[in-house]
Design a protein around this ligand. Structure first.
Ligand code: GDP
Ligand code: IMO
Ligand code: MG
Length: 434
């Protein structure tokens, strides 16, 4: 049995897409388990660039199955555009993509509701991706959401949709939001989406569990990152789903007893998009230097990502809640030019050392990070694919991260392409993959 969860250990954009695409060679099925088209997973294959938002990164491997699990929220319009763009690039999506009949359906009204909450005076602005993700999950937990299976039953869907939109319109009116939505036309559009999605829809929990029983292997692809998890992240500056390892089970219907390992993906430094506390943020010119070297701009919204230094206490926290067996450290090459590389080794607050992640934003904002300076290697690691070829100071840096986080670094990424990767011989990660 080889069923592995791969997820972000920081605030997203760790390079999961590249890693899932690379590792998917060794799996039969790749499934997403949460989130929606707020994700942006970038993959370079030769000259071609793909940005996957809803479709699992495994789709780029011919013959591999890709599953959109029940834990996702699906904007059908975004899904259709993504399918069309991939098919235009020669990827056979429809033959390999399976969509859960229990995933929730996202409507334009969800984006309208999000605009309202993000813009309202007195409400905390999260700095979301504006894709309507939060309001769609609100409807899910509020037990009034429309699921893919509901969308396929036209008459029942119409009744359900009309009553849901009546509520949205009433709320919008109450809060004086201009509504430029034509609810009837949107309903027609969704009827058309239903017919396009129908051939791909199935009980994906059944599909995955049957495949596992037959001895096939499944990779679970996390979106966002652990610190954006609705329960364990920097609430309320989080997304609305469980990005952490537990979400892989609830978001697919595959039991924890079927999971053989969990791999965390981390940058060699750290970034965050949107608002919220960020203890190791580099607010000086150095942050700008990381942003430029790492091309740290959001794959979905194009916003500049906030950049900072590797945060070991944060990683110890996410390693604990996810049970990481191994870490993939990406974008090592981005640090090639730095003379010194600060690493946060401890948190202090009010003169005392903290050994837990504080639960509130107010407390996290008070954290004083304790940094240790690691000597930079000041030579090119870009593209190196063999561990022994790394400069010794880069190896020392990785060893320091292992020591500080308590998790092995089983894989190192030195560039955006598949081949620009090192898988360490004898690592737990190697055992999980092969
Ligand atoms: P994801 O959301 O976790 O899949 O990450 P994103 O795709 O949003 O952002 C990661 C960015 O870093 C993408 O543009 C990748 O092509 C790029 N990338 C991934 N790994 C590396 C690496 O090791 N070095 C460099 N220079 N870029 C990388
Ligand atoms: P991938 O999968 C980075 C952030 C948003 C915002 C917060 C809530 O590419 O790593 P949402 O639209 O989800 O309600 O926004 O979460 N966010 C991400 N940040 N990478 C992502 O996805 C993200 N998805 C959401 O910027 O701060
Ligand atoms: Mg991303």
């Amino acid at each position: 049995m080889r069923n592995v969860i791969i997820l972000g250990s920081q605030w997203g954009d760790e390079g999961k897409g590249k890693i899932v695409d690379l590792f998917s060679e060794n799996f039969d099925i790749v499934t997403r388990y949460q989130g929606g088209n707020n994700a942006g997973h970038t993959i370079f294959i030769g000259e071609k660039k793909f940005v996957l938002k809803l479709i699992p990164s495994g789709i780029l491997r011919p013959g591999k199955k890709a599953v959109i699990g029940n834990g996702l929220v699906i904007d059908p319009s975004a899904l259709m555009s993504e399918i069309d763009a991939l098919e235009a690039s020669g990827i056979d999506v429809r033959a390999n993509l399976f969509v859960s009949n229990r995933a929730h359906v996202l409507f334009p009204a969800h984006r309208m509701m999000e605009k309202m909450s993000e813009g309202r005076v007195g409400r905390i602005s999260i700095g979301t991706t504006s894709r309507g993700i939060g309001p769609c999950y609100e409807d899910k937990t509020g037990r009034r959401g429309v699921r893919v299976a509901d969308l396929l039953e036209r008459d029942a869907f119409h009744a359900h949709y009309d009553s849901l939109m009546e509520e949205k319109a009433a709320i919008a009116k109450l809060f004086c939001i201009s509504q430029d939505l034509d609810y009837g036309a949107i309903r027609d559009e969704y009827d058309a989406f239903a017919e396009r999605i129908r051939p791909m829809v199935c009980d994906t929990a059944l599909l995955l569990n049957r495949a596992i029983l037959e001895g096939q292997s499944v990779m679970f692809e996390g979106a966002q990152g652990s610190m954006l998890d609705i329960d364990h992240g920097t609430y309320p500056f989080v997304t609305s789903s469980n990005a952490t390892a537990g979400g892989a089970c609830t978001g697919t219907g595959v039991a924890p007893t079927r999971i053989s390992g969990v791999i965390g993906v981390s940058k060699a430094y750290i970034t965050r998009v949107g608002g919220g506390p960020f203890p190791t943020e580099a607010l000086d010119g150095v942050g700008e230097q990381i942003r430029t070297r790492g091309n740290e701009f959001g794959a979905v919204t194009g916003r500049p990502r906030r950049c900072g230094w590797f945060d070991a206490p944060l990683m110890r926290y996410t390693a604990a809640i996810n049970g990481f067996d191994s870490l993939v450290v990406t974008k090592l090459d981005v640090l090639d030019e730095f003379e010194q590389i600060p690493v946060c080794v401890d948190y202090r607050m009010d003169g005392r050392e903290l050994d837990e992640m504080p639960p509130t934003v107010a407390e996290i904002e008070k954290i004083e990070p304790v940094f240790e300076q690691m000597p930079g290697w000041r030579s090119k690691t870009f593209g190196i694919d063999c561990f022994d070829d790394l400069p010794s100071k880069a190896k020392d840096y990785l060893a320091f991260l292992e020591q500080q986080t308590g998790v092995e670094v089983g894989c190192v990424s030195t560039g955006p392409e598949r081949m620009q990767t090192i898988i360490r011989k004898g690592s737990r990660l190697e055992k999980l993959l092969f």
